[in-house]
Design a protein around this ligand. Sequence first.
Ligand code: 13P
Length: 251
Amino acid sequence: MPRRPLIAGNWKMHLSVAQAVELAEKVAEVAAGCNDRDVVIAPPFTALDAVSKAVGKTSTFIASQNVAWEKEGAFTGEISPTMLVDLGVPMAIIGHSERRQIFQESDKMVNLRVKGALANGIVPILCIGETLGQREADMTFKVLESQLAEGLEGCTSEMVGDIVVAYEPVWAIGTGKTASKEQAQEVHAYLRQFLEEKYRKDIAQKIRILYGGSVKPDNVDSLMAQPDIDGALVGGAALKFESFARIINFI
Ligand code: 13P
């Protein structure tokens, strides 16, 4: 079965509620015109409820930008998976490099978040990626393997089949430097191979692996043409309607 492409927009810490709803409605209209790909938007927490109400019944999926692992409790500043379910939010970005680098989230924490999401029916978009220093030191595969293995620690094949992986080289995020299509494909094929060895082959074949890092209208087509690139996780270009619409409509 071919994997269904998935284009996701990560709005990071941008947009007021009104701006988020306006952009979400326009994106949902474009997404409704495509029946061969999935579209996901990840607004900030403050806009999740409004965006969920605005586009919840359309084909556009909503993701949060993080999720806690417990259902409730003394976790100041965190949002639980059941709170997301309550808002009708079915997916969550987990382990974004900005969480790892700026907020010191560890692989252990990422793993707890992944398991907490899965236990409550939320689909994790698990982000992994190497820094420039790690790439230059020839550590790319080692780093990715350990982020993926630790992020999925304790997950069975059945659990893993539901996740989405996003490969986001840290050096390509917000820098305008995209990994070349060859660099990205090489990593995606490696990750799929790794998942095949660790889990079942049919499961690894089913998992969607997105590329993220300076995806733009002018590079999305060549990235999406790669056999193991199943979608894109888009930052900056997802905040501009015209550019995100073009990315959704990749050829
Ligand atoms: P940019 O597309 O702005 O490089 O951001 C990528 C990203 O971090 C998406 O999660």
